[in-house]
Design a protein around this ligand. Structure first.
Ligand code: HEM
Length: 515
C-alpha cells in the first residue's frame, strides 16, 4: 500500500515541479530588449528569423513595431537589426569600440579554411594589422595608381560586349576578376583562365557555407573532433573538400608571384609592394600568412560584389531605360563622341556619378552588409543589448528611407542632382552599401572607380535596351535578386546597341591600344 502511494506521489511531484519551472521561465524578469516578434517558449524566434530576403522582412517588422532597432532571440542567441541611419550612426560609429567585432564560425574559419579571410577576423590587433596594410594600398590617394589597369579592363569589356552582347554577364565577371588579379598579383589573365576559375570556385564555397545557415558544429563545438568517417560527419568531409580549394585560392597565386620575384621578373602590384617592404627571406617566411591573407582576400571581397553592382546597373537601366539618357547627353556634350571617358572626366560628368550613386542605393550587393558582434553589454534608448549579440545594419532599408529617398523603389539617378545638374551636397554618398563603422569596406574607393569607369564607358558607346521576345515585343525584366548574402540580379536579358556609326571602331581601337 505504502509503496503504491509513493509511486503515485512521485510523478505528480515531478509534474508540479516541472510546471513550476515552466511558470518561472515564463515569468522570469526579461531585460528590456528592443522590440521584436514574441517568439515561442524555449526556442524563441527560431521560426521568425527570415532565411531569404531578410532585408525586406526586417524593414517590415521594424515598421510594424515603430522602431528602427529590432530584436530577436533564438535558443539563447541574440540578434539585433538596425534599420535606420540615426541608430546605425550611433551604434556602429559612435560606439565603434563595442560594435566592430565579428562572430567566429568553426565551420567557416577552422574547417573550411577561411581563417585567412581577414574580413572575418575578431576585432583586435591582428585585424588592425591587416586593415592598416590593406588601407595603405586602397585608400583614396593610392587607388589612382590602379586607374590604368581599371581602364584596360573596361576597354576589353567594351570589345567583348560589342562582339557577343548576349554574354554580358560572363564578360562582366571576367573584367572584375581579371582586373583584381592583375592589381594584386600582376596577372595578365585571358578569358577562360584556369587561375580565375580556381579562385571563383573557392569563393563559391564561402557563399555556399554562409548561405547554408547555422551548422551544428557551431552550436556544439565538440563536434569538430568527430572523425570524418563517422556517420553524420558529412559536414567534415564537405569542409575538407572545400578547404583544398580555399587553400589553393590563398596559396597558389601568391606562391606563383613569389617565384617571379625570385627569378627577378616580378611586375609591380599589391603583392610586390608587400614583399618589397620586407628586408630578408626569414622575415618574408614569418609574414607569409599575413601577405597571403591580404592578397587573397582582395579577390574574395572585391570580385562578386563588383560583378553584382554592375549587373544591378544594367538591370536597372533595362527596366528604367530613360535613366541613361541624360548621362548620355552629357557624355556626348563633353566628349563629342571623339574619345572614351577616363577618371579625369569625373568632374565634368556628374550625371554618370549620379548613376553610380543610384546603382549603389537601389540594390546594394550585400543588402544586410556583414554582421558585426557586440563585445560588451550595452543600452540604446533604454533597450538592453547583451554582449555577444549579432548586430546587422540593414543597408537596403536605410537606403529606401522614404523621407530621404522618396519613391525609393524607382531607379532615379536625378535624385542625386540639383536643378543646375550638379551633384547635391545635402544628400550623402550611399555609404551604407559598403557597411558600417570601423568595418566599412576598405575597397570602396577602388570599387567606386571601377563602377564609374565601366558605366561611363558603356554609356558612351552603347544604349542598353530591352531584348525582344519571340513575339517581337520588348521584354521588361523583373527586379528580382538572389535572396541571400550576396544578392545579384536573377538572370535577365537585355540588348547592347551601338549608339553611333563610329562606335564600333572606337571600341576596337581602344581595346587594341590597351593590349
Ligand atoms: C561594389 C563593390 C563592393 C561592395 C558593395 C562592398 C561591400 C562591403 C561590405 C558591405 C562589407 C562589410 C562591412 C561591414 O562589416 O560593415 C565589406 C567588407 C570588406 N570589403 Fe568590400 N565591397 C565592395 C568591393 C570591395 C573591393 C573591390 C575590395 C578589395 C579590393 C573589398 C574589400 C573588402 C574587405 C577586405 C572587407 C572586410 C573589412 C573588415 O572586415 O574590416 N570590397 N565590403
Amino acid at each position: 500500500m505504502e509503496d503504491t502511494s509513493r509511486s503515485l506521489v512521485g510523478p505528480s511531484l515531478w509534474a508540479v515541479f516541472a510546471l513550476g519551472l515552466l511558470f518561472a521561465f515564463c515569468l522570469r524578469r526579461q531585460p528590456r530588449y528592443p522590440p521584436g516578434p514574441r517568439g515561442l517558449p524555449i526556442v524563441g524566434n527560431v521560426f521568425d528569423i527570415p532565411m531569404n530576403v531578410g532585408w525586406k522582412v526586417f524593414r517590415d517588422v521594424s515598421r510594424c513595431f515603430g522602431s528602427d532597432v529590432i530584436h530577436y532571440e533564438a535558443l539563447g542567441s541574440h540578434l539585433v537589426v538596425v534599420n535606420g541611419a540615426k541608430a546605425a550612426k550611433e551604434l556602429f560609429e559612435r560606439r565603434a569600440n563595442n560594435y566592430s567585432d565579428r562572430k567566429q564560425s568553426i565551420m567557416v574559419n577552422e574547417l573550411t579554411g577561411w581563417h585567412r579571410n581577414w574580413g572575418q577576423l575578431e576585432y583586435g590587433d591582428r585585424w588592425r594589422q591587416h586593415r592598416r596594410l590593406f588601407h595603405q594600398h586602397f585608400r583614396p590617394l593610392a587607388v589612382s595608381q590602379y586607374h590604368p589597369r581599371q581602364v584596360k579592363g573596361v576597354r576589353v569589356l567594351l570589345r567583348a560586349l560589342s562582339e557577343s552582347p548576349e554574354d554580358f554577364q560572363r564578360h562582366i565577371r571576367f573584367m572584375a576578376g581579371a582586373t583584381i588579379m592583375e592589381i594584386v598579383y600582376a596577372y595578365d589573365a585571358q578569358p577562360g583562365d584556369p587561375r580565375i576559375k580556381l579562385v571563383e570556385d573557392a569563393v563559391d564555397t564561402l557563399t555556399f557555407v554562409v548561405n547554408a545557415g547555422v551548422y551544428l558544429v557551431d552550436v556544439f563545438p565538440i563536434l569538430k573532433y568527430v572523425p570524418t568517417w563517422f556517420p553524420g560527419a558529412s559536414f567534415k568531409r564537405q569542409a575538407a573538400e572545400w578547404k583544398k580549394l580555399v587553400d589553393a585560392l590563398y596559396e597558389q597565386p601568391y606562391q606563383e608571384f613569389k617565384a617571379t620575384v625570385k627569378e627577378g621578373i616580378a611586375k609591380p602590384c599589391f603583392a610586390a609592394t608587400l614583399l618589397s617592404s620586407v628586408e630578408n627571406d626569414e622575415d618574408i617566411e614569418n609574414l607569409e600568412e599575413l601577405f597571403m591573407g591580404l592578397t587573397g582576400t582582395a579577390f574574395v571581397a572585391g570580385s562578386d560584389t563588383t560583378i553584382a553592382s554592375l549587373n544591378v546597373f544594367i538591370l536597372a537601366v533595362t527596366i528604367f531605360p530613360e535613366a541613361q539618357r541624360s548621362a548620355q547627353e552629357e557624355i556626348d556634350r563633353v566628349l563629342e563622341r571623339k574619345r572614351l571617358p577616363t577618371m579625369e572626366d569625373t568632374v565634368l560628368l556628374p550625371h554618370v556619378t549620379a548613376l553610380v550613386h543610384e546603382t549603389l542605393r537601389w540594390h546594394p550587393p550585400l543588402p544586410l552588409a556583414a554582421p558585426h558582434r557586440v563585445i560588451e553589454d550595452d543600452e540604446y534608448e533604454g533597450y538592453f543589448i547583451p554582449a555577444g549579440t549579432t548586430i546587422i545594419g540593414n543597408a537596403w532599408a536605410i537606403l529606401r528611407d522614404e523621407d530621404v529617398f522618396p519613391d525609393g523603389d524607382s531607379f532615379k539617378p536625378e535624385r542625386w542632382l540639383n536643378e543646375a545638374g550638379a551633384l547635391r551636397d545635402d544628400l550623402p554618398y550611399p555609404m551604407e552599401t559598403f557597411g558600417f563603422g570601423r568595418r566599412i569596406c576598405p575597397g570602396r574607393h577602388f570599387a567606386n572607380d571601377v563602377l564609374w569607369l565601366a558605366i561611363a564607358n558603356i554609356l558612351t558607346v552603347f544604349s542598353i535596351e530591352r531584348a525582344l521576345g519571340e513575339d517581337g515585343q520588348p521584354i521588361v525584366p523583373e527586379a528580382k535578386f538572389s535572396p541571400r548574402l550576396i544578392s545579384k540580379p536573377e538572370p535577365f536579358k537585355c540588348a547592347f546597341k551601338h549608339r553611333f556609326s563610329g562606335a564600333e571602331d572606337m571600341i576596337r581601337l581602344a581595346a587594341i591600344v590597351e593590349e
